[in-house]
Design a protein around this ligand. Structure first.
Ligand code: URA
Ligand code: SF4
Length: 216
């Protein structure tokens, strides 16, 4: 594996609070100026869930709904994620959910705000928040949703298309790490058959995660 540059070393590091509780960090993230994305987003959308959650899920960045509500995965991708977790038999309260980047990056198209992929320097800048969340939660299983999260945590040579669903045990991030596609990619399917198949594939992968949560 090609390990990423130190996740904890990005520019957001200067904004981390002395007290490393999730509450203190969520507050402090509102004042983060580690990259320019704070100018465009309504607010920082910090991770959400129990500090002792055995499962930590990392997405890319908040979407339009998340930006408005201030909570991760509450829009269409979040609804799909909830269905997948339920289908795999994972209670929602077992999961701490967060994103690689905490501010919504978008461009205007008419009245709509269209998601833009964060750049590498923005992902790097935001890394300290994610590193601190992982350190507090110390999940048994960490799942990367999509290439942005996977490459932030597993290195730029990681290919979700080739390695999705594989359980990794030697990452130093958590005892078990898996990467798969982002729920938004499933939502962009060209047909309802493709979409159903995409959702079923995610349920199968999360069923394997569920077994790791139970065993041991
Ligand atoms: N997509 C993400 O990556 N994260 C969210 O919180 C919502 C949509
Ligand atoms: Fe800070 Fe991350 Fe927001 Fe950039 S995206 S301002 S690094 S919280």
């Amino acid at each position: 594996m090609d390990p990423p540059t130190d996740l904890a070393a990005g520019a957001a590091e200067a904004y981390l609070p002395g007290e490393r509780s999730l509450e203190a960090m969520a507050d402090a993230a509102q004042a983060c100026r580690g990259c320019d994305l704070w100018r465009r987003g309504t607010q920082a959308v910090f991770g959400e869930g129990a500090r002792d959650a055995p499962l930590l899920l990392v997405g890319e960045q908040p979407g339009d709904r998340e930006d408005i509500e201030g909570r991760p995965f509450v829009g269409p991708a979040g609804l799909l994620l909830d269905r997948v977790l339920e289908g795999a038999g994972i209670p929602r309260d077992q999961a701490y959910v967060t994103n690689a980047v905490k501010h919504f990056k978008w461009e205007a198209r008419g009245k709509r705000r269209i998601h833009q992929r964060p750049r590498q320097d923005e992902i790097d800048a935001c890394g300290p928040w994610l590193a601190a969340e992982i350190e507090v939660v110390q999940p048994r299983v960490l799942v990367c949703l999509g290439a942005t999260a996977a490459q932030a945590l597993l290195g730029k040579s990681f290919r979700v298309t080739k390695q999705r669903g594989t359980i990794l045990e030697d990452t130093g991030l958590a005892p078990y790490v898996m990467a798969t596609v982002h729920p938004s990619a499933v939502l962009r399917s060209r047909s309802s058959d493709e979409r159903r198949a995409g959702e079923e594939a995610l349920v199968r992968e999360f069923a394997a995660v569920a077994r790791l949560l139970i065993d041991g």
